[in-house]
Structure formats: structure tokens, C-alpha cells
Design a binder for this molecule. Structure first.
Ligand code: HSE
Length: 306
């Protein structure tokens, strides 16, 4: 029998303009799994956290990830998974992706790393599909690879690691509101008018240019979303007012994290991120909504063995 303990970080998908094609890892927050492989077949899942999670393998996002790994590699084993630490589901900071990425990374470790990083992400995407009804990699990619990951294409999967500027900070708040990614995806229009698409891809290009040149002001200027935010911000009480306050306090941008309800503010100094976090806390305090919040420097660390 072999056993591994793995960590995979939370993540912020979309980064404003990059719906389904860009995301970053939030290294200080994440999931921890212990995984063991023994002879036989089947999957058992035990939940050691206080968060209610499905232990029925057919309902847990970890299962399709393990199955995909076994299918691609042709391996055979019984896999036991113990969930030790878990980000709350429905948070918008890649809860399902953190479990899926940790499971995919852990499987690869258990079997002496037969898969490339890209194929590990491909396995993790199976969990995302179960959770949200779509094969998106903008949480799973950074949760496996760390840092900022661009999904240049899905067919075939083409992942590009983008350099993280040395002064890239985020304040993130996860209010105690549950938004299902499935629902937040289902309310989006299926078509985008050409003039909106032009603005959106101009911003994506601007953001990537800003990341490569370390121009945080450009990154912030480009972090605008006219595709998903107009439909999703209704789930976040006082969204426009909060953004106004954050920008006035020096944040370079403020957006929904993934499908929400978490939001994040971009900053080029820790002090600004810290100030933004306090503003976010005060906003949800005033609404009587509980939360967890962070002020974080973005690094390159992704999934890893503990
Ligand atoms: N790109 C996905 C979405 C991320 O916005 O629906 C979900 O966290």
C-alpha cells in the first residue's frame, strides 16, 4: 500500500475579463487530502472536516477525477481518500477545483507520476464537470500548476503559465452566501454581441500584456467583465457600492471571483490589499453577513505533497 498527503490551493477564475480562460492560485488557502492505493478496485471517501461533504463516491467530485486517471493510465487499484481540509463549497474560490486538483495530483504521485502536468489538469477537470456541468480549467489549471494560468484552448487543452508580477496582491472575501456555479453559468446568455466581444478580448489581451510587462496599472485597467458580471452581480449584495469604495481606496480593480459570491480586489502593494480587505469586511459586517477574508500575495505555488 502507498499513501500520500497532498495540498491544492483555492483559486480565482476569470480575473474579470477572462471567462473560462484564465485563473490564479491563492496559495494560503486550500484543500488537503490523504490518499492511499491498495490492491483491488473501487473508491472510498471519508470526510474528516466539519463541512458536510458527500462520502458517497458517486456524488463526490473526487471520484470522476480518480476514474479518469485510472482510465488514461490503465492502472488498477482501490483508492481510499480522506478529506482533511476543505474550502466551503459554493464559495467562488475554486472549492471543487481544489479537491479535484488535489485528487489528480495525489493519484499521479501514488503511481510515480506517469502523467504530464497538463494531463493532471485534464483529470481534475472531470471533477469540475460534475460540480458545475462544464469542463472549465480556469480553477483546476492554477490549482494544479500554481500562479496564473491561461487556457489558450480546450480542444486540445493548451495551458500557458503566465508570469506573476512581483507586486501582485489580492484581497479576497468569501461572504456566507451560497451561489451554485451551475446556476451562475445557466443564467448567462448563450451569445455575445460583437461589440461586447471586441471590448472583452481587448481587455484579455491588455491583461496578458500587463502581466508579462509587470504593469499592474494596465492589469487593473483591463480587468473588466461585460460578459458574466452584469448577470452575476445580483447575487452579491451592494456589489457596485463596494467596488466604488475599493477603487477609491487604491485597489486597481474589483471583480467577482469565478462565479461568486466571493469577490476580489487587485492591488500592487500589500498595504492596499490589507486596506481593501478591511473595506470588504466592513461592507459585509454592515449587511450582517458573515465572511472569511484574506489579503494575499500571489505566488507560483500550486498542488504539492505535504
Ligand atoms: N469560469 C467559471 C465560471 C469559474 O465563471 O463559471 C467557476 O468558478
Amino acid at each position: 500500500m502507498s499513501t500520500v498527503r497532498v495540498f491544492a490551493p483555492a483559486s480565482i477564475a476569470n480575473l474579470g475579463c477572462g471567462f473560462d480562460i484564465i485563473g490564479l492560485a491563492l496559495d494560503e488557502v486550500g484543500d488537503v487530502l490523504e490518499m492511499s492505493a491498495t490492491e483491488g478496485e473501487g473508491i472510498s471517501i471519508a470526510n474528516d472536516t466539519d463541512i458536510p461533504l458527500p462520502e458517497d463516491p458517486e456524488k463526490n467530485v473526487i471520484t470522476p477525477v480518480i476514474r479518469k486517471f485510472l482510465e488514461i493510465t490503465g492502472k488498477r487499484a482501490h483508492i481510499d481518500v480522506r478529506i482533511e481540509r476543505k474550502i466551503s463549497p459554493g464559495s467562488g474560490i475554486g472549492s471543487s477545483a481544489a479537491s479535484s486538483a488535489a485528487a489528480a495530483y495525489g493519484m499521479n504521485l501514488l503511481f510515480d507520476c506517469p502523467l504530464t502536468e497538463e494531463d493532471v489538469v485534464l483529470c481534475a477537470m472531470e471533477g469540475e464537470n460534475l460540480a458545475s456541468g462544464g469542463y472549465h480549467a480556469d480553477n483546476a489549471g492554477p490549482a494544479v500548476m500554481g500562479g496564473i494560468v491561461l487556457i489558450r484552448g480546450y480542444e486540445p487543452l493548451d495551458l500557458i503559465k503566465i508570469p506573476v508580477p512581483g507586486n501582485f496582491y489580492c484581497a479576497v472575501i468569501h461572504p456566507d452566501i451560497v451561489v451554485s456555479t451551475k446556476e451562475a453559468r445557466s443564467i448567462l446568455p448563450r451569445e455575445i454581441p460583437l461589440h461586447d466581444a471586441i471590448r472583452q478580448w481587448g481587455n484579455v489581451g491588455g491583461m496578458v500584456a500587463g502581466l508579462y510587462s509587470g504593469n499592474m496599472e494596465l492589469v487593473g485597467r483591463a480587468m473588466k467583465d461585460i460578459v458574466a458580471e452584469p448577470y452575476r452581480k445580483q447575487f452579491i449584495p451592494g456589489f457596485d457600492e463596494l467596488r466604488k469604495q475599493l477603487l477609491a481606496a487604491g485597489a486597481l480593480a474589483m471583480n467577482i471571483a469565478g462565479s461568486g459570491p466571493s469577490v476580489f480586489a487587485l492591488a500592487d502593494h500589500y498595504e492596499t490589499a490589507y486596506r481593501a480587505r478591511k473595506i470588504m469586511n466592513a461592507h459585509f459586517d454592515a449587511l450582517g453577513i458573515g465572511y472569511e477574508s484574506y489579503a494575499i500575495k500571489i505566488t507560483n505555488k500550486g498542488a504539492r505533497e505535504l
